[in-house]
Structure formats: C-alpha cells, structure tokens
Design a protein around this ligand. Sequence first.
Ligand SMILES: Cc1ncc(COP(=O)(O)O)c(C=O)c1O
Length: 397
Amino acid sequence: MTAAAGIDAVADEVLGEIRARGRYRRMRMLEGTQGPRMDVDGRAVLLFAGSNYLDLANHPEVVAAAQRAARDVGCAAGGSRLINGNTSLHESLEEALATFLGTEAALVFASGYMANVGVIPALVGKEDVLVSDALSHASIVDGGRLSKARVAVFAHGDAGDLERVLARERGRARRLLVVCDGVYSMDGDLAPLPDFAAAARRYDALLLLDDAHGFGALGPRGRGTAEHFGLELRQHVDIYLGTLGKTLGSFGAFVACSALARDLLINTARSFIFSCALAPPQVAAAEAALRIVEREPERRQRLAARAARLRDGLAAHGIDTHPSETHIVPVRLGDNATAMAVCGALLEQGFFAQGIRYPSVPEGTARLRLTPMASHTEAEIDALVETLAKTLASVRE
Ligand SMILES: Cc1ncc(COP(=O)(O)O)c(C=O)c1O
C-alpha cells in the first residue's frame, strides 16, 4: 500500500461519516473586490455573509496603508515579535488600540483563534477553573482544553447561572476565569455584560471578553459591547479581545489590557511567542481602518439601521430572527438539509447568505446567518427580505 492510499482510506472513511450526517462542507470561490457585491462560484451576488461589517476591507485609505507598508517594510515581518518581527508598525497599532479603548496597553496576535488559544492557557492552568458560556466560540473551547484548567459551563447568556457556578467553584480553585463572547457570532445576541462583570467581581474572578464581532461595530464610538452597555473596560474587563479581520477589514486580532498583563502575555502566551508576527501590510491596514472607525460613526449607524430593517422586514413576513439584536441575523431552519437547500436557492437568485450547521451551532439548530453591511442599500435589504420570504414559503409548502 502506498502512503497516499493509507491517508486516502482514512479520508474516505471519515468524509463518508461527515457526509452521512449532512455535515460535508466545501469552499465556495469568491471573486471581485471585497464588498457587498461579489461573484460567488461565478455568479454575481449580493453578499450577506462574512464579517467585513463596515465595508473597510477595500477602503482606499486601508488599501493605501497596506501598499505603503508592503513597499517600505515588506510583505512579512520575517519572524516572531520576540526575535526579529517587532516593527514600529506593530507598536504603533497597539498604542492606537489601547488609546482608542482606554486601556493601558494592547498586544496583537495572528488571529482571534490564536489569541484565545494563547491567552487562556496564559491565565489559567491545572489548579484553576475556566467558567465559560455554553455557546462560547470554538477558539475559547480549544483555549480551555489547552490550558488544562477544569471547565465549568454556565447556561448561555444566563447571569443567574453564572453566579451559581461561581458560588460553587469559589474556594475549589486557585483562580477563576470567566469568559464570554460579547456578540454571539451565530445568533447576534449580546452577553448581559454588566451582570457578568458584576458577578466576576463579586467572586474575585478574572473576566475575558471576546468581542470579535462587537469591536468597531457597537457602541457610540465603536468601542464594542462594553461601550454599548456604558462600561469602562479598565474597570470591568480584565482582558478584552478584538479582531482586526472582521470590522477592521484587515487580518489578525489583539487583546487590550493592563501593561502588566501585556507583559505577562508576551512572556507566556505560546501562540504569541512561537509564531510569526503579523505581516506589516495587515498591521498598517488595521491602523488605517481604526482611524476610519473613529472618524465615521455614520458607518456604524448605517450598519445598525440596515440590520434593524432586515429584522423588521423578516418579522413582517412572520420570519423569526430571535435572539438577534445586532448586525448578525440568524434565521433558524432546524435540520442541515433545509438550511443548505435554502442557502443554495438564495444563491441561484443572487444572494449569498451562509447556511450554518453543527459543529458551528448545536445539532438541530442549523440556520442561515445573514450579515448586512453598512454599505448595503435599503433596496438591497428589501430585496433579500422578499426573496428569502418567497424561498422559505416554497421550501415549507
Ligand atoms: C467569538 C469569536 N472569537 C474568535 C474568533 C476567531 O477570530 P479569527 O477569525 O480572527 O481567528 C471568531 C471568529 O471567527 C469569533 O466569532
């Protein structure tokens, strides 16, 4: 038997099981400029999938900043930040993020996934308990596994249950770390952050807020979920995690925290230490995008207005988008086959909204995840509503 036949036999068996469960995935090919109108698998569509919420990925200032950095510094940092990869661009972005968020410091990571799998094991270990929301993102789950901390799960978004878990675990661990998403990536609901933060303080637990989808998009000034609730990060959140690859239209992620916590992470977060620094064009693009986020609150206001129009339009057709209260709007369809059939039918009619299945969401809750952008027109939102309503009616006949 050749080596290829060995791996192919394994692949065949595992893929067969994935297909039998209706969970087989393939990548679609997107072409054209990153924005609300693109080609997907050769078809021109309106894009309602993805996280480029403010349409900054192709903003001329963002592109120009990346071009300048590529020309002046190069396409790669060429190594880890702790060896040869730390440039003035990295330090400048971190200072800008910390100033923007009102924290002492910030530290960039190669992605949000890498941040969670680095930060969580840096904060908790075998003697500790990670107290995690039941719907925490996969990167939080994986960070918890790598940390070897015991994981105690509380019911999704339920501050009362968080309190019960903290009361049970206090005294049984060296350290407690509460972790939650600010905006749940597949439901668009918000964590009740004021209650979570108060509970964490009452039980002397640390709080890590993963605001991958709230940073830049929520709050009067774009400071995310904490600002949305009127909370100061410095006072209420120990480690704030945001991404550069979603609202900021670049790539990578960061944590905002105290200067001492930054130093701790530089010295202990393995995904920071043992990985290449972010590439200079991405770093420069992120800082340029941050300036636009600061300067143009109207983008955030338009995003919120488009999302509200989408939710209201669907509600008028009797289509439930519960529990969304943000720019992530789910339409639950239940089984995998229906979700993918509706996704396919929409694509044929010129709309791309991703069908989402397990393991991205719990079994039996497959859905369409609709993500409007600030630059969709009202007419485009209305067209999606009408087309989706007709498509669902025909699927349900
Ligand atoms: C809540 C949450 N955390 C972390 C991540 C990972 O971020 P990144 O895509 O930068 O790896 C995502 C997005 O995929 C997310 O939704």
